[in-house]
Write a protein that binds this ligand. Structure first.
Ligand code: 4AD
Ligand code: MG
Length: 476
């Protein structure tokens, strides 16, 4: 064992996950990572090395006789403790221990990064509240590590799904001068001096002197830009961060979250709902295939029955019903909800969860919502009361997808804007897109973190994103 990190930054070591997936033992290997645990016996030390590539680490066995020639050995060995970083070279052999196929018989263990006595992540289970106070270290915990891997696998599965269906990935802007949802919960982007902004004659802030020459915001949705692109490239999707300045301190709202937004020309609401269903089921199926170890961990530690529930989602068609039908069932449920239900109100989380979790017991697509609870751009049905909207509701999480067929009839769109109190002037281009080669088109937005909550069973959305932004909290 050597204490210096002399050649520790040489050629890349093999990832623990790659070694654990090997067909057979044998050969000299090198791993680099952090110790989950270290047990020092009389004859041998056992180190559990993790590099974040898989839930389980790799056991490293350090036999003392090999090291007895080194006089500093005893002190250095004691420095190998939970949390320290090491570089290990040794032989990959079959392990006699239960629960693991291979282990490394160390030839050399180099301590790269020692750990202080106050290292806060010990082997015991910590609460998620406590881990949130350790944002810089919590990704080394089993649960957050598993979340990171599942996020990565889900992002890959999402891109694969759209690639297979010839959707182009569109890079929508993060800074926008639109309010895509017409809901006004936007963060402003400005370079004006907050203490002394330029003012117009009437005393109001003169935004024409701001960086972009007009008010600018962080995007709440890439949809409107995706519509522009879909009316040129037929099928596109965005996958990026979106921002909402809603003061919602709940277990399913973030101020910054990732959204996947496909948009397709020549698509109606039924096709849109089918696309959303195929999408969610394929992503779940792929995650079951590609993340069996992590999902089994979530099943055991976080949400009992998770694996069976996900398999059911992958295999079973989603239920579909109209909003009107959903409201009737809620009214007949005999439940006393905190927010009473009548036709015309927006569905609350408790209603969404009752419908999918208890009533149909699987994902459910609710369509044709009242026009007054949805955004201005949705296609107005002939009844003039409802719009071609759809939400996908799933057990435990509630709304995971929101989408619609878009209003492509310029006259009706303009009327809806005025009814919603929006000035159509800045949306001239949006109306023009309808007048020049406009076609029926539709799309949806999937909340990526809500998908991750759904597939991991994690209760709080703050624990499925590495760096959560919520009212009053933005670390790093
Ligand atoms: O239903 P929403 O607001 O729909 C849109 O933004 C449309 N422009 C999408 C489209 O048609 N292209 O948001 C879509 C999804 C929600 O279903 C939810 O999963 C997620 O985004 N979402 C949030 N996730 C975390 N924190 C928040 N504050 C969220 N707001 C919405
Ligand atoms: Mg919605």
């Amino acid at each position: 064992m050597t204490a210096s990190g002399a050649d520790a930054a040489g050629p890349l070591a093999t990832r623990v996950a790659t070694l654990r997936a090997r067909e057979a033992a044998g050969g000299r290997v090198r791993v680099q990572g952090w110790l989950k645990t270290a047990r020092h016996g009389k004859e041998v030390s056992f180190l559990d090395v993790s590099d974040g590539s898989s839930l389980a680490g790799l056991q490293v066995v350090v036999a003392r006789e090999r090291e007895s020639a080194n006089p500093e050995f005893q002190t250095e060995l004691q420095a190998l403790r939970t949390g320290c970083a090491v570089d290990v070279v040794g032989e990959l052999v079959e392990s006699p221990a239960a629960g693991q196929r291979f282990e490394i018989h160390a030839e050399r263990v180099t301590l790269i990064g020692p750990v202080g006595d106050d290292y806060p992540l010990q082997k015991k289970r910590h609460s998620f509240e406590y881990l949130r106070t350790l944002g810089h270290l919590r990704l080394r915990s089993n649960t957050l590590g598993a979340v990171l891997r599942v996020r990565d696998a889900a992002a890959r599965a999402i891109r694969r799904f759209f690639e297979e269906r010839d959707f182009l990935e569109l890079h929508a802007p993060v800074v926008t001068t639109l309010d895509a949802e017409g809901a006004g919960s936007q963060f402003r982007v400005t370079t004006l001096d907050p203490a002394a902004p330029p003012r117009a004659a009437d005393g109001a802030v003169d935004w024409s002197q701001d960086f972009f020459g007009k008010p600018a915001y962080l995007s709440v949705s890439g949809q409107l830009e995706a519509e522009i692109a879909a009316l040129a490239a037929s099928r596109v999707y965005t996958f990026g961060p979106t921002f909402r300045a809603e003061n919602s301190n709940t277990s399913r709202h973030l101020a910054e979250f990732w959204m996947v937004e496909p948009e397709a020309a020549f698509l109606d609401l039924e096709g849109d709902a089918t696309l959303a269903e195929d999408f969610i089921r394929q992503v779940v199926r792929e995650l079951l295939e590609r993340c069996p170890e992590d999902l089994a961990f979530f099943d055991e530690r976080i949400e009992k029955g998770l694996l069976a529930a996900l398999a059911h989602v992958a295999e079973t068609p989603f239920e579909r019903m109209t909003y009107t039908d959903a409201v009737a069932r809620l009214e007949q449920s005999g439940r006393s909800f905190e927010f009473p239900v009548t036709w015309g109100v927006d569905l609350q989380s408790e209603h969404e969860r009752w419908l999918s979790e208890e009533h149909v017991r699987r994902p459910l697509i609710v369509t044709d919502y009242p026009r007054d609870v949805k955004a201005f751009y949705m296609y107005l049905n002939d009844d003039e009361r409802t719009v071609r909207a759809m939400d996908v509701l799933v057990p435990r999480v509630g709304e995971i997808v929101g989408g619609s067929q878009r209003e492509h009839r310029a006259d009706r769109l303009e009327r809806r804007m005025r009814d919603a109190g929006l000035d159509p002037a800045p949306y001239g281009w949006y109306l023009e897109l309808r007048r020049h080669g406009g076609v029926p088109h539709a799309g949806f937005g999937l909340g990526f973190e809500r998908l991750i909550q759904f597939v991991t069973g994690m209760a709080n959305i703050r624990d499925v994103i590495p760096f959560p932004r919520t009212p009053g909290s933005a670390e790093f």
